[in-house]
Design a protein around this ligand. Structure first.
Ligand SMILES: Nc1ncnc2c1ncn2[C@@H]1O[C@H](COP(=O)(O)OP(=O)(O)OP(=O)(O)O)[C@@H](O)[C@H]1O
Length: 584
């Protein structure tokens, strides 16, 4: 139970007890009222009327009070549920912020959303509404059974005979409905996937005149969902009828046998009325046993997933006595770094990488696809930890400094330029929300974006991202470059960040960044050698190892892999130019 709100829990349970007790008094009072009318022959009319008035007033008061306490019970139960959900949601979100890249690499995002929304709801509902209802149900059935059985054992047993059957049947129905619910969710998600693909690929669909095929695909998915929905209606209708029948059958028996007992003078008509009213009172809660069983089954699956997620160990942790990173000379060093991805420990992605970069230097990393260039970049902000060796910044091992200070000092401009759905200004100032306008403008000028932004409908206040103005790949990329520059990092990494901009814009960004680069280490990962030829040191990586290093001229002079790549790109460029000449 949610012990962070003990008073609310106490009020919810207390109100439930009182509401249940008051509800149990109603059949007793009704029975008494019937007997008071029946006894009219032996007592004067005024006395009967007086007694009836008292009983009626009592009934009214009890009903009003019961309503108020039920209201309080629902109020507190809902309040607990929402507070509990709020706290769990925050805990989940906080966990997501801390989870390491190795967790996200396994493509958990859809599962994570299910855990943090649906599973969380399942757990909260159980801990608030279902548990409170279980208390109410236990009281109604327990005390109700005691009153009925002590009034007349045989008739009481008969009146309660529908309880086990309805409880069993409603639990079975709910569990069956639950199983089909999962299946239905699966079929509905196929339906939404078909629709989503159709909307995303609308140009392909129209271009290939595939509307009829798409319609057929959608109809098939739709039919399969409809069939299951019908199956569920069938289960529900059949089981509801069976439960109603058993209840009415038991009621008929009580009426018949009870009626005979009244004739024989064994019980009063009022007693019989009490029995019948009790049965009506018990009917709905008993049917809800199925809901409780379902809530419990749901909460145990959802709970094991939710709490399993919250208890997950975070791979990248801060050292117990981590200190903020202190930058003085601004030197970064890789010392004999080897690395294997978590889950792929038998394969070394990087082997014995050593190099040093001083403030103001630009280091370029080139090499064939999959050679480990991005992996090297991801080790610097500790997206992953080195398997052996170390990375230091001014002599401080990055594993021994606080994560926030490290990530403020190391900015990565990724290949995929992600933008938040907010203004251009907020996107650029993401790492420094208090930055003034002139700094934001300077950063966008360096990223060759300022003039373009001024031409947007609302300038820097224009909303971009999924539901805003759409930018081209190159413009998005330049915006993320400006965002990284705002951090004034000690190490800035461009992970193939200029691949989406044309050579002329790249040239302009590079010259604008020259001043910016004097205060920090710049690491450029690129396939286009024209992007890296001005670097102070070029590392050629192959199969996770640095196989060549030096300046552009030194590497050309070596006439090995770098030279081969350079010749390939130069010839490819010349060939394209020649083709263009030929074409024109
Ligand atoms: N998250 C991951 N889990 C396991 N293996 C990975 C992961 N990311 C990359 N790899 C593997 O590590 C190797 C190096 O990948 P990396 O992305 O560093 O190469 P790269 O040189 O940057 O490639 P590219 O030039 O195509 O971007 C590849 O074989 C890749 O399949």
């Amino acid at each position: 139970m949610n012990l962070r709100h003990p008073w609310q829990v106490a009020f919810a349970i207390g109100s439930t007890f009182i509401a249940a007790t008051l509800q149990l008094l109603i059949p007793v009072l009704l029975g008494r009222a019937v007997d008071q009318v029946r006894s009219g022959g032996s007592i004067s009319g005024d006395v009967v009327e007086h007694r009836l008035w008292i009983t009626a007033l009592l009934l009214l008061t009890i009903s009003v009070l019961r309503g108020l306490f039920t209201l309080a019970q629902n109020y507190f139960a809902e309040s607990i549920r929402h507070h509990f959900a709020y706290e769990l949601r925050l805990a989940c979100y906080e966990k997501i912020q801390r989870l390491s890249f190795s967790f996200h690499d396994q493509g958990h995002s859809a599962d994570l959303i299910t855990i943090c929304m649906l599973d969380l709801e399942g757990v909260c509902w159980y801990f608030s509404s279902a548990l409170i209802r279980a208390v109410l149900l236990a009281m109604l059935i327990g005390i109700g059974a005691y009153i009925l059985l002590s009034a007349d054992l045989a008739l009481g047993a008969l009146a309660l005979s529908f309880v086990p059957f309805v409880a069993w049947r409603s639990s079975r129905t709910q569990l069956k409905l639950r199983a089909t619910w999962f299946e239905l969710q699966g079929r509905l998600s196929v339906l939404s996937r078909v629709m989503e693909e159709n909307l995303c690929g609308i140009r392909v669909v129209r271009a290939f005149a595939a509307q009829a095929y798409e319609m057929l695909k959608f109809e098939r998915a739709s039919k399969s969902a409809l069939a299951l929905a019908w199956e569920r209606v069938d289960i529900y209708a059949r089981d509801t009828s069976a439960m109603t029948f058993s209840f009415l059958f038991a009621m008929g028996l009580v009426l018949w046998i009870g009626g005979n007992k009244v004739i024989a003078g064994e019980i009063s008509v009022g007693n019989l009325a009490t029995f019948l009213t009790f049965m009506t009172v018990l009917q709905m809660p008993v049917r809800q046993i199925g809901l409780m069983v379902n809530a419990f089954a749901r909460a145990s699956t959802c709970g094991s997933r939710l709490f399993g997620f919250l208890d997950l160990d975070v791979a990248i942790k801060e050292a117990p006595h981590a200190r903020p990173l202190e930058i003085s000379e601004g030197t970064m060093r890789f010392e004999n770094v080897s690395f294997s991805y978590p889950g792929a420990e038998n394969r070394q992605t990087l082997r014995n990488i050593s190099f040093q970069a001083r403030r103001g230097e630009t280091i370029a990393i080139v090499g064939p696809p999959g050679s480990g260039k991005s992996t090297m970049a991801h080790l610097i902000p500790r997206f992953y930890d080195v398997t052996s060796g170390s990375i230091t910044l001014d002599g401080q091992d990055i594993r021994h400094v606080t994560l926030s200070s490290l990530r403020r000092a190391v900015a990565v401009v990724q290949q995929d330029a992600f933008l938040f759905t907010t203004t251009v200004e907020n996107n650029i100032a993401y790492g420094d929300p208090w930055a003034n306008e002139s700094r934001i403008e300077r950063a966008s000028e360096s990223a060759q974006l300022h003039n373009y932004i001024l031409g947007l409908p609302a300038g820097y206040k224009t909303v971009v991202g999924e539901r805003g103005v759409s930018l081209s790949g190159g413009q998005r990329q330049r915006l993320t470059i400006a965002r990284a520059m705002m951090l004034r990092p000690s190490v800035i990494i461009f992970d193939d960040a200029t691949a989406a901009v044309d050579a002329a814009t790249e040239q302009r960004i590079r010259s604008a960044m020259r001043r910016f680069a004097t205060d920090r280490v710049t690491i450029i990962i690129a396939h286009r050698l024209s992007s890296v030829m001005h670097a102070d040191q070029i590392l050629f990586v192959e199969n996770g190892e640095i196989v060549e290093r030096g300046t552009h001229d030194e590497l050309l002079a070596k006439a090995a892999r770098y030279k081969a790549l350079h010749d390939l790109q130069t010839h490819a460029g010349n060939d394209m130019l020649n083709d263009d000449d030929g074409a024109s």
